[in-house]
Design a protein around this ligand. Structure first.
Ligand code: GAL
Length: 820
């Protein structure tokens, strides 16, 4: 690996800067001037084609005749040439995951029945070294660089790609990056020619995986063009370390500067703190001189009265606005959001946010969604977090990799605490670079409460070697961020190896071992880094191994895990357990436990399915993780042919007492015990089953399940009706099948077709069925147990979008949305 310039900065030059205080008045007087936007998202105008991982002739001659690095800028790949005709390539928009469009492929040599199929882990998509013809993708677009950018510094920032990337500009290799989750930056100044056509070509090779779950393929995160003056704040160059002081706050601020010009520059650096209401509350300034082609850092401390704290209920964000001037001219304007809060782990009493006790009501999540795979639009990131919040979550574990920055932004904005995690527990150069970029990128975020150095590394977590690796990782984290603790998620070896290197110990499952560990190691805070893990199919209540169906009662879990009720009753009552993160918030592609073989292609662990439709366990957490009184009754009441048979009827409710009725006749009432469900066995008779909850003597509105008739019509709803006409915003559309009387038809399987007129299009569909092999990028989908989802994306023009959902023999539904 090349030594990074950042390494140099932290090694020495940082301390060389001369610090001079600028009079505050002179700073604000100049604050009104502006510079051009420094970052532009390159979302549109891309073209895509599959290459080939083995055959250069089918990979645009990449690697042919071993000439890749022979001569700079020539003949690296035909696709990188300016006159290459990409008309036949597919027009795509970022984020983009080409694995979504690949078919599901069964393993021709499956292991014997009863054994897990290794091809199940990534969800039976044809990616990997065995699939050279579908594991390499090429992206191409022209970069619009106006002539007046001559003299500026130009770079590209990739938020992440899966997985190994070669970036070519005008035929030159400008960067290579390995790793599917780490961001990287590419300086293109030397090779770009402002005023002329510049051709950007990116080869992405998804042959090598990093996880045991679906990981997608391609440019599945954003790519940015960054334009700066020679003197500028480099990527992630501003660090703000705030803390409350009395009723006010102070913040240590550190600004890195880069002079990528020939001449010395005397820089005036003005910093302003803008509060959540947009009011400037503190300012300061520092001056320094940077020699040509050097880097430096300026530090200061800013203080202000009356702080507005960031919390999970009031996620108030401040901004640090940094402006850099050289000879009186504004050369850079850099905005860094931050929040002021305290976060304290106490080994005996758990976690405290701003001095208030807070138990982690968390969810682990992977980074894919129905319809779009790993290429999640920003608004969908927010929507997914909103669903978790609605369930009662206050915390998120980014398992098992650094997430996209837009997800982290959303956690800051919505008030969700985050344990973020690097992908590999390793101290080789590449793993350390990934860890470093994670901490540098996210260390200003109020949401981040701990850095996780890894997950279930069975070969090393309990060994001396593992402890050495962990020590190296923790040392680096502490250098980059002395304010947050480290953690690791273990599934065994509690008390050995890595476990004593990290500040906080994460237990994956094994909640019952926590008591003994806490008694042995009373000074180390502990939490459930993965907890629960009931497997369930949404809307199903009878196990059917032949059809790969698991019931949605809170009953079935892998041997290493537990039900929701088992772990939470234990954790809720023990203050030293700081909380837990359920495995998982949503179903995800790959790892289709408990079957782990064809035809299931997605996991069954989610409290919600892969579309975000709640399963019944969602309501267990909703009942005990949120204060609002509620009653949830299940299963559905369509048990044709089972008249007189006993059906287990469950209630998740956080009220005092629930009375159950069948067709108006009371089946008795039961008291609700904290964190427990209620259960009746009810001989089936068609009609209405009803639960009436009582809280503090008052009745809640009754909750009913009614035996429905056959499918008759479609209900179509959208999470929002007004969208941004920016070509990126999305609406989440839900189809539900109803009978003639408007009652949900719980088993309905109807082929829905979506039609759109106006400036929008359906970019993906899903139904939450882990066994479905239907296409994601389609305008049609079967409903699964009465529901399906479409993701509608706007175009870059305003107007009314009319959406119709039809199915043979059913009354269609129509919806109008406004894009402006
Ligand atoms: C854990 C692992 C997760 C997932 C889960 C399935 O051991 O950390 O990534 O594989 O098991 O139960």
């Amino acid at each position: 690996m090349k030594p990074s310039r950042r390494g140099v900065l932290h090694g020495s030059a940082a301390t060389a800067a001369v610090l001079v205080l600028v009079r505050p008045g002179s700073v604000s007087a100049q604050a009104a001037s502006t510079v051009a936007p420094r970052r532009t998202r390159l979302a549109f105008d891309w073209r895509f084609a599959l290459g080939h991982a083995q055959d250069p002739a089918r990979d645009f001659d990449f690697g042919i005749d071993q000439r890749t690095y022979a001569k700079a800028g020539t003949r690296v790949a035909t696709a990188a040439a300016a006159d290459f005709d990409d008309d036949g390539w597919q027009a795509v928009q970022l984020p983009h995951d080409w694995a979504i469009d690949l078919p599901f492929v069964d393993n021709p040599n499956p292991p014997p029945m009863g054994e897990d199929d290794p091809k199940a882990a990534h969800g039976f998509k044809p990616l990997g070294r065995e699939f050279p013809e579908t594991s390499v993708g090429w992206y191409r677009r022209s970069l619009d660089l106006p002539a007046d950018l001559a003299g500026k510094r130009l770079s590209l920032e990739f938020d992440g790609a899966f997985r190994d990337v070669v970036v070519l500009l005008n035929g030159f290799i400008v960067h290579e990056h390995e790793g599917g989750y780490s961001p990287f930056r590419v300086d293109i100044t030397d090779v770009a020619t402002p005023g002329e056509a510049n051709i950007l070509t990116v080869r992405v090779d998804a042959s090598l995986g990093e996880g045991w779950f679906y990981e997608g393929a391609g440019l599945y995160r954003h790519v940015w063009l960054v334009v700066t003056e020679p003197v500028h704040v480099p990527q992630w160059g501003v660090t703000v370390r705030p803390e409350p002081v009395g009723s006010g706050a102070k913040a240590f601020v550190s600004v890195e500067l880069s002079n990528e010009g020939e001449t010395d520059a005397t820089c005036e650096v003005a910093m302003r703190v803008i509060d959540p209401d947009g009011v400037e509350v503190a300012k300061g300034g520092v001056a320094t001189t940077l020699a040509g082609w050097s880097e430096g850092t300026v530090d200061t401390t800013l203080a202000w009265d009356r702080v507005m704290l960031w919390s999970t209920t009031t996620p108030r964000l401040y901004r640090l606005v940094t402006e850099v001037r050289v000879a009186g001219h504004l050369v850079d304007h850099y905005e860094q959001p931050f929040g002021v809060r305290t976060a304290v782990f106490d080994a005996a009493r758990g976690f405290f946010l701003n001095g208030q006790h807070l138990k982690f009501l968390g969810a682990c999540c992977h980074q894919d969604h129905a319809g779009v795979g790993a290429a999640i639009p920003d608004r969908l990131q927010v929507w997914r977090l909103e669903q978790l919040k609605a369930m009662g979550c206050n915390a998120y574990r980014a398992s098992h990799n650094p997430p996209t920055p837009e997800l982290m932004d959303a956690c800051d904005q919505l008030g969700i605490l985050v344990i973020t995690e690097t992908r590999r527990m390793a101290s080789d150069d590449a793993a350390m670079a990934e860890l470093e970029s994670l901490v540098r990128r996210d260390r200003n975020r109020p949401s981040v409460i701990a850095w996780s150095i890894g997950n279930e590394e069975q070969a090393i977590q309990g060994t001396e070697r593992g402890a050495r690796i962990a020590t190296t990782m923790v040392r680096r984290i502490n250098q980059l961020d002395p304010t947050r603790p480290t953690t690791a998620a273990l599934d065994q070896n509690f008390g050995e190896g890595v476990s004593s290197v990290v500040d906080i110990l994460g237990f994956n499952y094994r909640t019952q071992l926590m008591e003994g560990y806490h008694a042995r190691v009373p000074d180390q805070p502990i939490l459930g880094s993965e907890t629960g893990s009931t497997v369930q199919t949404r809307g199903e209540y009878i196990r059917d191994d032949a059809r790969h169906i698991v019931p949605a009662y809170d009953t079935e879990h892998p041997w290493w895990a537990s039900t929701a009720e088992d772990w939470w009753t234990l954790a809720a009552e023990r203050p030293y357990i700081a909380g837990g993160f359920i495995w998982t918030g949503f179903d995800y592609r790959g790892e289709p436990t408990p079957f782990n073989r064809w035809p299931s292609v997605a996991s069954y662990f989610g409290a919600m399915d892969s579309c975000g439709f709640p399963k019944d366990n969602y309501f267990y957490y909703r009942a005990w993780w949120r204060p609002e009184p509620m009653v949830h009754l299940f299963p559905h009441w369509n048990w044709e042919g089972r008249e007189g048979e006993a059906i287990p009827v469950w209630v998740h409710a956080n009220v005092d007492r629930v009375e159950l009725f069948l067709n108006g006749r009371s089946l008795g009432s039961k008291d609700v015990l904290p964190n427990r469900h209620l259960e009746w066995l009810v001989p089936y008779a068609p009609g209405v089953i009803e639960a009436r909850g009582f809280k503090a003597g008052r009745a809640l509105p009754p909750v009913r399940r009614e035996t429905s008739g056959p499918s008759a019509r479609i209900a179509l709803t959208s999470d929002r009706t007004r969208l941004r006409a920016d070509g990126e915003d999305v609406a989440m559309l839900k189809v539900e099948i109803l009978d003639r009387q408007g009652r949900p038809v719980p088993r309905a399987s109807e082929q829905i077709t979506f039609e759109v007129t106006g400036p929008g299009r359906v970019i993906g569909v899903g139904n939450g069925n882990p066994v479905s092999h239907e296409a994601d990028r389609a305008s049609t989908r079967l409903t699964f147990n009465g529901l399906c989802q479409a993701i509608l994306q706007t175009e870059q023009r305003a107007g009314e979008i009319a959406l119709t959902a039809r199915a043979p023999g059913l009354r269609p539904a129509m919806l109008r949305l406004q894009a402006s």
